[in-house]
Design a protein around this ligand. Structure first.
Ligand code: SF4
Length: 344
């Protein structure tokens, strides 16, 4: 027991480089997954790769002329490694040209775990690919089968291992709350992700989006998505486990881009879901520390960068802090990088 505790927030430092996304909606996808609505997320229809490449070059040229950058170029929204190989080469060659000019520092793509193959992945690495983000969604065989993903947990794990063995950085995307979800599946998926030690993780709780097969299932009462509260609590529990393993969590919930918001029929969507989950995770960290004190807390010093998230979205954690005898008068925001919790 102690009267004063100093501790750091467990979140790893954010990446310094900015990501320049190049969307290729549904390009290369072997079929449309039941929940997926890349068209609504990106506000773009099926990708015409000629247009995508032309727009990418025009926009990067403009950035170069304006002296903006550097950027990490990211091919998102489809299955990059399943595009016609000539297209993959073309995109990476063009990216390589901007790398030589200093505008692009790194290139990443997103793809499915059943669309990576050792020899071609090495070839892509040699053409300048640095990172692969795998849309794993879950490692649970049953959840994967019911979501119609067409692969099992073993394949998902070996695809992650292959990306790392090829010398590429690994990103893992999980989609909790899929059809076939059961209590504990997401917690186990997070555990598996920690064991695979990716550089980044994205967590997108499953939403019901208009026009998807999942919307039909939901309309017939055959699928029930998570609530916002459940998503917030599950994400908040996952965050410290990922952070403490040195894994950066680069996205919590789908961003309100394109025409997404107007097409969400059900599920845990809230524009502040990510912030709210981060705040709850931080509260649990503070609560654990407060339990280590000899006396109720008298003062909590908080690094200024967490000022906006300490008491939650719209102050929704004020009551929870009151339960551990902390209120706004006992909190001071400081220039320090550490939290300090002092007892009375
Ligand atoms: S989830 Fe991924 S693989 Fe499935 S349709 Fe969407 S972009 Fe394609």
């Amino acid at each position: 027991m102690t009267g004063r505790l100093r501790f750091a927030h467990p979140e790893p430092e954010p990446a310094r480089s900015r990501v320049w996304p190049v969307f290729i909606p549904f390009a290369g996808c072997p079929y449309r997954c039941v929940y997926c609505a890349q068209d609504k997320q990106t506000g773009q229809g099926d990708a015409d790769l000629t247009d995508v490449l032309r727009n990418m070059e025009q926009d990067l040229d403009a950035a170069l002329a304006d002296g903006r950058g550097p950027y990490e170029l990211a091919f998102y929204g489809g299955t990059f490694t399943a595009l016609a190989r000539a297209w993959q080469e073309k995109f990476l060659n063009v990216a390589g040209g901007y790398r030589e000019l200093g505008l692009v520092t790194r290139v990443r793509c997103s793809t499915r775990p059943d669309c990576v193959e050792a020899e071609w992945l090495s070839a892509l690495r040699d053409m300048g690919l640095d990172m692969v983000e795998l849309g794993i969604q879950s490692f649970d065989d049953d959840a994967l089968r019911k979501a119609g993903r067409g692969y099992d947990g073993d394949l998902a794990r070996s695809a992650c291992a292959l990306v790392k063995a090829t010398g590429l950085a690994l990103g893992i995307q999980l989609l909790p709350g899929l059809p076939g979800d059961r209590p504990g599946v997401f917690r186990d998926d997070v555990h598996q992700a920690v064991l695979l030690a990716p550089e980044t993780v994205r967590l997108y709780p499953c939403l019901v989006i208009r026009g998807t097969p999942l919307a039909t299932l939901w309309g017939h009462g055959l699928f029930m998505p998570w609530t916002v509260d459940r998503a917030r609590e599950e994400l908040a529990a996952a965050l410290p486990r990922l952070w403490e393993a040195g894994i950066r969590v680069i996205r919590l919930g789908l961003p309100p881009e394109g025409t997404l918001a107007e097409h969400i029929l059900a599920g845990p969507w809230h524009p502040a879901l990510g912030q709210s989950a981060r705040s709850l995770a931080l509260f649990e960290i503070v609560r654990e520390k407060a339990a280590e004190l000899d006396t109720p807390p008298a003062l909590l010093e908080v690094p200024r960068r967490y000022q906006g998230e300490l008491f939650g979205h719209g102050g929704d954690l004020v009551e929870k802090y009151a339960e551990i005898h902390l209120d706004k008068t006992l909190v001071r925001y400081v220039g320090d990088a550490y939290f300090t919790l002092s007892g009375r």
